[in-house]
Design a protein around this ligand. Structure first.
Ligand SMILES: C[S@@+](CC[C@H](N)C(=O)[O-])C[C@H]1O[C@@H](n2cnc3c(N)ncnc32)[C@H](O)[C@@H]1O
Length: 169
């Protein structure tokens, strides 16, 4: 299970600024972000592909949890969808908590495509993106789907720059 790190805490700082009726987190890990969402949203849901992560969250969170790929188990609309996806480039996804595909961005794109049909009108997606990943395919998707992209927070570490981007339709 992913141990909360700089990327988790950067996204946490952003999540605190949002409130609404319903929120979804894709890739909940230890559940620290779920707990934050529960403070500002009436209905919170979360997914992870790792059953052990969900077992860890059960009892620590009142969110509706599903062990599934991305947002595939969910229907309806969410005002906020968040994810700190695996983003390290690697030809093989040997560790699904950190490896995001050959360019590092493939899993992020998969999460966005899975989540987009669930985004409420006026809703927002918040995602962690790393400078270690090649984000050109993400920029292409933003253009294709006619989404708006904004960097809401950035943190420079000595080996990478982490950004939280906001996507809206
Ligand atoms: C970088 S960790 C983030 C965990 C936690 N949200 C945090 O910020 O500390 C990415 C999480 O995504 C999950 N994950 C990877 N592939 C997934 C998929 N296809 N569908 C759902 N969750 C996935 C991993 O198991 C892991 O818990």
């Amino acid at each position: 299970m992913y141990v909360p790190s700089d990327d988790t805490f950067l996204l946490a700082d952003c999540i605190r600024e949002y409130s609404g009726r319903s929120a979804l987190e894709i890739g909940v890990g230890s559940g620290v972000l779920l707990n934050l969402l529960e403070k500002n949203f009436a209905n919170v849901a979360g997914s992870d592909i790792d059953l052990r992560a969900l077992e860890h969250c059960r009892g620590r969170s009142g969110a509706m949890l599903a062990c599934c790929d991305a947002a595939s188990a969910f229907a309806g609309w969410f005002d906020l969808i968040v994810s700190n996806p695996p983003y390290l480039p690697d030809d093989e996804v040997t560790d699904a908590t950190v490896h995001g595909g050959p360019a590092g961005i493939e899993t992020t794109i998969h999460f966005i495509q899975s989540a987009l049909p669930l985004l409420a009108r006026g809703g927002t997606m918040l995602l962690v993106v790393s400078s270690l990943a090649d984000s050109s395919a993400l920029d292409q998707l933003v253009i294709e789907k006619k989404m708006h992209k904004k960097v809401v927070k950035e943190k420079r570490l000595f080996y990478e720059t982490l950004s939280v981007i906001e996507l809206s339709a």
